[in-house]
Design a protein around this ligand. Sequence first.
Ligand SMILES: Nc1ncnc2c1ncn2[C@@H]1O[C@H](COP(=O)(O)OP(=O)(O)OP(=O)(O)O)[C@@H](O)[C@H]1O
Ligand SMILES: [Zn+2]
Length: 866
Amino acid sequence: MDGSTSDTPNLFGVFDQPAQLPARALPTAAEGPFAAVAIEKSVDRALDYAIPKTLVGSVVVGQRVRVPLGRGNKPNFGYVTAIKPTTDYRDPSKIKPLLGIDDKRVLIPPTLMELACWMSRYYIAPLGLVLECIIPSAVKKRTGVGYITFVQLAKPREEVQAFLEKAKAPKRRAVLARLLQLEPGHSVELLRLAKEAGVKPNTVRKLAGLGWISLKAEVDLPGMTADTLVVPATEVSIALNEDQQKVFDDILPRLSPPAGVDGSTQPSPSAGFSVNLLMGVTGSGKTEVYLQCIERVLAQGRQAIVLVPEIALTPQTARRFVARFGKVAILHSGLSAGTRHKYWQQIATGQAQVIVGARSAIFAPVPNLGMIVVDEEHESSYKQDQLPRYHGRDVAVKRAQLEKVPILLGSATPSLEMYERVRREATAGNAENHHGGTEARRATRNSADHSQRHDLKQIDQSRVAAGAKSSSVELPSVPPCLRGDSSSSNYHLLSLPRRVRGLSLPHVEVIDMKQEMRMRRGVNLFSQRLEYMLTNTVAQGHQAILLLNRRGYSNYVHCPSCQHVVTCKYCDKTMTYHRSTGEHTLSAKIMASAHAGQLHCHYCLAVNTLPTQCPECGKLLSLFGLGTQRVEEEMQRKFPDIKFARVDSDTMRSAKDYEELLGKFGRKEIQVMLGTQMIAKGLDYPNVTLVGVISGDTALALPDFRAAERTFQLITQVAGRAGRGDLPGRVILQTFLPDDPTIQAAIKQDYVGFAERELISRKEVGLPPFARMARIVLRDEEADKVQQTAEELAGELAIAAAGTNVQIKGPMPCAVGRIAGYFRHQIVLQSPAATPLQRVLASVRARGLLNKSERIAVDVNPVSLL
Ligand SMILES: Nc1ncnc2c1ncn2[C@@H]1O[C@H](COP(=O)(O)OP(=O)(O)OP(=O)(O)O)[C@@H](O)[C@H]1O
Ligand SMILES: [Zn+2]
């Protein structure tokens, strides 16, 4: 970054009235300094502009500016990424001057600028687009900002004095006389001046037209920042239990501020960047550990950012932060533009101490970051599925590294990427620095015996903290500079192997649905066991959660005579039947004509009516496959007295709907919630004693190498909702594949066992986390054309990859070969290491072959391969 940022005006300086230069007939300016500007549009590089004399010193890195672009010199917005004395342009005389500063504030502080540049490189996204995504549009548009007009004399005091002596107009005299009372060079608010002079504001303004005074509009900062953010904290810390305390003590030294921040001169040897993966079973009190770590950081006058997968789905978690700290900004999608801007301003001034939000909260411009927490780090909703296709968790790790602060990642089911990396780096760090890795390992094993559920045999547990004898003590004898790359020793695996208050994990009972089908007549969505348990649970006044990870009624409309399956006209996907609300059907396998409802495509959102007969042979159609609507129907029929609610994106239109529903569930007005993965996350209701998984298999068959991982995570997470109060929890897991190893691991809630097995098979076939992957999806309305373009691009990639260990796979049609009328082909790049892969992509990008367009999407570290 350029040194010129050091004299950056206060982040909240006044907004400039944009300095205007005529757009046409731009003077050329060969002299420096120059500003490199990333245009908001998708120009894939920063362009140099000359800084006009009048603006030298005012233009700084991170500001939003106006620049001419293209032949017509059309004004465009962009962000200053660097100030430089010279330019690399071959003909500097052709360089255009910058038109003006749009906003005097530094919208992108230096570290965020660095982060943006990294994202642009890493995720193959134009820098301007990355910056666009970092700054909320309400901030750019300055929504809700009030202005105050200030008045100042524009002529020498003597001249004003002389004028006063002869002028007749009493009102003007009053105004000018008042201004003369000010200290030279000072200004006064227009409204106040008018009032004090006993004139109308307009009278004052007229004096500006006559040249006597100058007016200057300044942002009403007090109005912007003084607000309701401060809510009195109502909750006090809970005393940590032994496991939590061990984890906390382990992290504590890494939470200390760098030297000087708290007046100390000695830097703590472990302060700075560290990655801490907290592997804690469901209900083990991870959130309490986050809260107490954050408390420390706030006490040092620093701020914390907390990422949660989706605010709307985790209102309980968000509330706990507010209850504990008060000055918390919760960035949820329901904020008005004005509030969003206000929050941004409050964050930037350090008034908001804790920022809680979904992935984009990682861009909060906090002035003095102390730590980052990523809750449920395994969640795929951290990945953005449009440009820039970043992963919020990975960007968070990068930001922590740039800011030299610790990051705490928590999950009961860590992503294999994170787990493998932390385990590897922690071990490497230990082996390198300790020479005692094995010893530490032995010590860990001896004392880790209480964690029966975590089969620790196979992993190198050298850094699992809880239950271990402080195994991840930092290594004071080795000065930081000798530790080599920080990544070798800054990774820590921490664990909370037990639930709080001695509660046990719920018992999981597996029901083989094949057998169930043989035993009972007809199609039964609920096994006898689940029916029994449900009745029993409700009879005892307890509550239940039922999971079915598919919405709609039936995902498979099929003709039993000719085997025709109804697919979307625009996608290679079966249509899902959605019953109209209020409609009832009488049996699961029923004539289509008895149904009223529509066919929905979950890919392109197309909606059709359900055909009355098979379009191929004219016979009657059947409905196959489960959806939440169908389970709802069966609930109504079998348990007419149970008060239950269906929770999926069709019934929950807004965050408010969901909050209301959770409120009812909390007050026990609802006995059973039936829903998609929406209800699998973070819910903490002590009265829930039963969790039913209607079909454990829905995600297993997806053509994606993460299918097993997703299945394991989902089952374990939803199982974790049971038995969080004093009563033990039970889980009924229905499956057609009771012997599948993933289902087996899920039954035992054995994360380590699952992870180790899955990692071995990923390693064998060279899939992430043992390979870096990038996926390029091309699309076109014409099948031939997309194939041809894909082949050309694959050819170029192959040339760029020659002599490297980057494999180019494809082009091949995507698993979903057509979406919304577009044919889709993909090319997958894979390499054992990240760098060569990045190099290949960079070289092809530099030739303009990956430019942003509707027809090509580059996804680095994709989370889905459909
Ligand atoms: N030391 C403690 N003693 C007693 N109760 C605790 C303690 N720590 C946390 N709790 C309580 O236990 C419950 C579960 O804690 P928390 O929600 O933090 O678990 P978690 O690990 O984040 O769960 P999950 O991952 O399943 O969402 C909460 O109600 C919390 O208040
Ligand atoms: Zn479709």
